[in-house]
Design a protein around this ligand. Sequence first.
Ligand code: NDP
Length: 250
Amino acid sequence: MTDNIKDKVVVITGASSGIGEATAKLLAGKGAKVVLGARRADKLKRIADEITQRGGQAAYQQLDVTQQSDNDAIVKLAKDRFGRVDVIFLNAGLMPNSPLSALKTDEWHRMVDVNIKGVLNGVAAVLPSFIAQKSGHVIATSSVAGLKAYPGGAVYGGTKWFVRDFMEVLRMESAMEGTHIRTATIYPAAINTELLGTITDKSSREQMQGLYDKLGISPDRIADVVAFAIGQPADTTINEFTVGPANQPW
Ligand code: NDP
């Protein structure tokens, strides 16, 4: 299976920590050429240097997924550096959960901008190339919050439900249009990353922290399923993965 990963050019958004970082390192170790994007360029540089020192191939560029021009630029970087793009992993996101009654409207809008519009911008950046080359793989990080509703997660969950719908229609339309674009949507549960740092509502944060301290598992588990999806033969789409701690009940 590793053969289907080797030399693939993979753009990863949200690559500066957590799931994106773990995935970049794993794929690079399997011979992929990874192109890392996020806002914290210092972190991207450290990760890219580590990959290179281990004999892998990596490029990075500062990316704010809310800006279409940034998404276009990182796809261009991938092509300039490595000749093409095979996979985009749309993974950047934030989860400032809070009860609706707290009226943290700036955070609601921020989640829509990053978790929804960031996905749209990434797909818009890469779709013309995928259509022209009649191949490509779009992988997105939704969440179990995109499958189940829970108090405090109204807006976050909504953004992740969006990802689920959008990715399924992308899969269907690509199959109908014969563009041969594969899709994979990932629904993680509690994964130990920097994500809880985005929660400003004290009780939501404490509640989540308690859950993650007790149950959270490594982002390497998500990297594993991304690699599994990419490693499939070109005629096979593994469309959805729900991945979380064995002891997490919801
Ligand atoms: P992290 O906070 O560790 O990673 C989030 C990444 O998104 C960072 O690299 C961050 O980089 C990047 N990011 C945030 N805003 C932007 C932006 N505007 N432009 C570009 N990059 C941005 O958390 P995770 O690794 O957990 O999060 C990755 C994805 O997984 C998210 O979509 C999250 O919703 C999802 N998820 C996580 C779960 C978990 O339990 N951890 C569960 C379910 C889903 P920077 O700040 O440098 O821009």
